[in-house]
Design a protein around this ligand. Structure first.
Ligand SMILES: [Zn+2]
Length: 321
């Protein structure tokens, strides 16, 4: 079948070249789900109204095969060479999740399930458009929008990153809700023990990190996972908690974040809601790049501008609404 191109070089369907790569990947790599509670993952995804997407869960032994299929078009962008556990590939609309044996040693397959939820959020986006620069080998085309961010939009990238705080934040906020719902008590207590906090504290208890004003930030326990050398958080956790705080201020934001992935009318509500909480805040947050420092700065900006720099907590360090 020939690619259908509409004016301005926009494709409405996945380009044939990407379809072939997708098919080859899905045929060659079967998900490795031993011990993973896939029923629970599916139920949770449905409960937060995520559109179903394709997630392949692989083991490190599968990496050479995956690389041989995706590297010719640079679709992996160097991922999985370090500590990455998951990735969404917008061009072929597939998420990859790596079974990290170190993390599973301390958490069991639960840690993989949390990454699956995060990556499922990324591929629950229903914006199928591809912008075409060159529709012949080697292809030059990209997904203009991926969920709530514009990862490869040339027009906007000249202005810097756009929307990562919202896209990554939504994905990790959902993963945190999964941890809160399904994590075993023994695991939560282990994390609190390692952080020298009372074991009775809950998944909602805020943990303070950093010493000075500039490096200080807070995260609820539900954003943490046990790691081989103590509790760990992902970069996206800071954006996740930032969005959670905004949802506390205006609960209509949650629905807009989820439905905005597939409905233009909901997508358009997000800037209105966020700017309604604090004028100009949407644009400030949307410009943050996908790094620890920038996401922490975004979280701090929300705490300062929306909450006056202070969040009231009870004796278990849970936020008082
Ligand atoms: Zn992500």
């Amino acid at each position: 079948m020939k690619d259908r191109i509409i004016p301005y070089g926009i494709l409405v369907d996945m380009p044939e070249g990407f379809k072939k790569i997708r098919k080859k990947l899905l045929r060659s790599v079967r998900s490795k789900l031993e011990g993973v509670n896939i029923k629970r993952v599916n139920e949770f995804s449905r409960s937060i109204a995520l559109l179903p997407g394709v997630v392949r869960v692989f083991e490190d032994a599968d990496l050479p095969k995956i690389r041989s299929i995706l590297d010719p078009m640079n679709l992996l962008r160097g991922a999985f060479s370090q500590s990455e556990n998951g990735m969404y590939i917008p061009e072929i609309d597939v998420s990859l999740v790596r079974r990290n044996s170190e993390m599973e040693e301390t958490n069991g397959p639960f840690s993989t399930e949390c990454v699956m939820i995060h990556e499922r959020v990324h591929n629950s986006s229903a914006c199928p458009y591809y912008t075409v620069l060159n529709n012949a080998l080697p292809y030059e085309m990209y997904r203009s929008r991926s969920g709530l961010c514009l990862p490869q939009n040339e027009a906007v990238s000249s202005l810097g990153p756009w929307g990562y705080f919202f896209e990554e934040g939504t994905a990790e906020l959902c993963a945190s809700l999964y941890r809160k719902t399904y994590r075993e008590e023994t695991q939560r207590k282990k994390i609190l023990r390692e952080l020298q906090r009372p074991e009775e504290w809950t998944e909602e208890s805020l943990i303070q990190f950093g010493e000075q004003d500039k490096s200080r930030y807070f995260l609820p326990v539900k954003y943490l996972l046990s790691g081989p050398d103590g509790p760990v958080v992902s970069v996206s956790s800071f954006a996740g908690f930032g969005l959670e705080l905004l949802c506390i201020k205006d609960p209509s934001l949650w629905e807009a974040l989820i439905l905005g992935r597939r409905k233009l009318s909901s997508l358009r509500k997000i800037p209105k809601i966020v700017n309604g909480i604090s004028p100009g805040l949407y644009g400030q947050l949307a410009r943050y790049g996908y790094t620890d420092d920038e996401f922490i700065d975004g979280l701090r900006r929300i705490i300062v501008t929306v909450f006056g720099g202070k969040i009231a907590v009870n004796s278990s360090c849970e936020i008082l609404f």
